[in-house]
Write a protein that binds this ligand. Structure first.
Ligand SMILES: C[S@@+](CC[C@H](N)C(=O)[O-])C[C@H]1O[C@@H](n2cnc3c(N)ncnc32)[C@H](O)[C@@H]1O
Length: 263
């Protein structure tokens, strides 16, 4: 029987039934751990769009969690000369993926590992791709937010990440593709040293990439206007003045010379 969560997506169910001999959840492999997701390949047209949405380039390191026959890492390497890695628990999928990498002439750029996606470090990836299940996406969500560098991208075929709204959502060939840009963490109070004038504080409330907040300028509290966060790029307005900054390990590096450190 299909996992109930698959049954929820009629379209995927149709593809699942049509496209694969089911290796469903709960089917134990030689490696002992049951698969968390059955094998269903992403259509090539959707793979192509996923990589475009993730802005993959020659400089990008792509990781595909649950890589199946390797089509996402192989396409990233072939189309963009990106470095890429795929992990899959099923040894048969790993053999297929290695065979496909050979055929595409990209064995110097891609590698496939037979390992659990939950045990796979993801912090080095600039683009993380997945075609998994809602439950699995949700289990990965805290790790994505913690381990991945702000500004790196996550592209998922078919399934979202619940309250974490995507930065883009597209329909491709009848499938939905989601993009998230990993946001920097700015929650809390910051001491701002402006390029000119008196220091003040700003306090951000943050939920994923949504930010809002208040500034305290000379004892007067004002709402921040149009506060936005995209990856490590933060901007907000105070009294008609726009503040833009990059969020770094050292603090906020503001355009025009202002700086802020965590209070
Ligand atoms: C829906 S398929 C996606 C394949 C490929 N990413 C694509 O989009 O064409 C999910 C893949 O995840 C693999 N998988 C399931 N559970 C896994 C786990 N815990 N660790 C690694 N791979 C897993 C399955 O063997 C399957 O190949």
């Amino acid at each position: 029987m299909l996992p109930p969560v698959f049954a929820r997506s009629r379209r995927l169910l149709a593809h699942t039934l049509g496209a694969c001999a089911l290796l469903g959840s709960g089917v134990a492999l030689a490696a002992d751990k049951p698969l968390d997701v059955p094998y269903v390949p992403t259509p090539q047209q959707v793979v192509d769009r996923m990589l475009e949405l993730g802005e993959v380039s020659q400089e990008t390191y792509v990781i595909d969690l649950g890589s199946g026959d390797g089509r996402i890492p192989v396409t990233a390497a072939r189309q963009y000369q990106a470095r890429a890695m795929g992990v899959d628990l099923n040894p048969q999928r790993i053999s297929e993926a290695n065979e496909n990498a050979k055929k595409a002439g990209v064995t110097d750029k891609v590698e496939f590992k037979q390992q659990d996606l939950f045990e796979t470090p993801i912090g080095e990836a600039q683009v993380l791709t997945m075609y998994l299940l809602p439950r699995v996406n949700l289990q990965l969500r805290p790790r994505i937010l913690e381990e991945m560098t702000p500004g790196s991208r996550v592209v998922s075929h078919a399934f979202d990440m619940a309250e974490w709204e995507p930065d883009a959502r597209e329909s491709v060939d009848g499938r939905t593709v989601y993009l998230w840009i990993v946001p920097a963490q700015v929650q809390g109070t910051w001491n701002v040293q402006p390029a000119k004038g008196e220091p003040f504080t700003v306090t951000f409330e943050q939920e994923f990439q949504q930010v809002s907040g208040k500034a305290n300028v000379g004892g007067k509290e004002v709402e921040l206007v149009d506060a936005t966060l995209r990856g490590d790029r933060l901007s907000f307005g105070i009294d008609g003045e726009t503040y833009e900054a990059r969020v770094t390990d050292e603090g906020l590096q503001g355009a025009g010379g202002w700086r802020a450190t965590k209070a």
